[in-house]
Design a protein around this ligand. Structure first.
Ligand code: C2E
Ligand code: MG
Ligand code: MG
Ligand code: MG
Length: 284
């Protein structure tokens, strides 16, 4: 550590001591340790996928979102907010994301043989870094072919950040997957900077209302207005709309009244380990 401090001091030049920051140095070391820990976690297969129910207007579960967890030997279940940003920065999200896709597709194949599970659609989050890979569509198609999963049961969640990419490129990647039956949802919708002109050119199937608009939908007129606008937008573009973060029945009723008939949130179920999710559906 002393060596690192010395190196940084030298690299920073003559006036370095004024800027020497032990907290920053500690954070660099912590970051490196965390990066190392993530690599080891991948090798040691410490990542788990939880499934959170998605329901229709009648409250029947018709899908699930696959959500990553890190089962840390000492810290327990680590939520994605604590490791996805670093995984994205370091590129580790590429093997990790591929792993999530493979597991989900294997799960789809198992479910396809069980009556109450065969009709489920599973949504998988795709980070912009994954999507940006030139062979992204080929990778997904290869996983589908290898596992034998039905592409129509796979939904990919993208965020508005992909709109920063080259439009013809986005369209061709999405188009190749769509011809095979894969569907697309735009996650956290309303939090990014979507140009509506751009948006309408994407072959999307669903908009997902971000939970920040759902939380105070009953008390905050602006949030209600935004939700209403997103629902109208989806309807006019022929897209399905789903609300995330639905925690209470009044929130669900409000969304229903506004014309949103698909929901995900603690009211219907938290993200669950696979056995519990299956038990919920099969009633065991
Ligand atoms: P997201 O895709 O928007 O996922 C929804 C998040 O909202 C999940 O958090 C879920 O547990 C949480 N949530 C669902 N219903 C409720 C509710 O009623 N109330 C509250 N307060 N929260 C609710 P989670 O699992 O911590 O995931 C956070 C984010 O991490 C995800 O946000 C997604 O962006 C990212 N993520 C998770 N898994 C993956 C993955 O496999 N790949 C990538 N690239 N990102 C992932
Ligand atoms: Mg998502
Ligand atoms: Mg979301
Ligand atoms: Mg969100």
């Amino acid at each position: 550590q002393a060596d690192i401090a010395m190196y940084q001091a030298k690299a920073a030049g003559r006036n370095n001591l004024r800027f020497f920051d032990p907290a920053m140095q500690a954070s660099i070391i912590a970051r490196t340790a965390m990066e190392q820990a993530l690599h080891e976690a991948l090798d040691a297969k410490q990542f788990r996928i939880f499934y959170q129910p998605q329901v229709d207007a009648e409250g029947s579960i018709d899908g699930a979102e696959a959500l990553l967890r890190w089962e840390h030997p000492k810290q327990g279940m680590v939520p994605p907010a604590n490791f996805i940003p670093l995984a994205e920065e370091t590129g580790l999200i590429l093997p990790l994301g591929h792993c999530v896709l493979e597991h989900t597709c294997e799960q789809l194949v198992k479910w396809s043989r069980q009556p109450k599970l065969a009709e489920l659609t599973v949504a998988v989050n795709v980070s912009i870094r994954q999507f940006r890979q030139e062979d992204f569509a080929d990778q997904v198609l290869a996983v589908l072919a290898k596992t034998g999963a039905n592409p129509a049961r796979l939904k990919l969640e993208l965020t508005e950040s992909i709109l920063a990419l080259d439009l013809p490129d986005i369209k061709s990647k999405m188009g190749r997957l769509k011809t095979q039956g894969v569907t697309f949802s735009l996650d956290d919708f309303g939090t990014g900077y979507s140009s509506l002109a751009y948006l309408k050119q994407l072959p999307l199937d669903q908009l997902k209302i971000d939970r920040s608009f759902v939380r105070d939908i009953l008390d905050d007129a602006n949030d209600a207005a935004i939700a209403k606008m997103i629902i109208a937008l989806a309807a006019s573009m022929g897209l399905q709309v789903i609300a995330e973060g639905v925690e209470t029945a009044p929130q669900k009723d409000k969304l229903f009244a506004l014309g949103c008939f698909n929901y995900q949130g603690y009211l219907f179920g938290k993200p669950l380990p696979i056995e519990q999710f299956e038990a919920l559906l099969t009633g065991r």
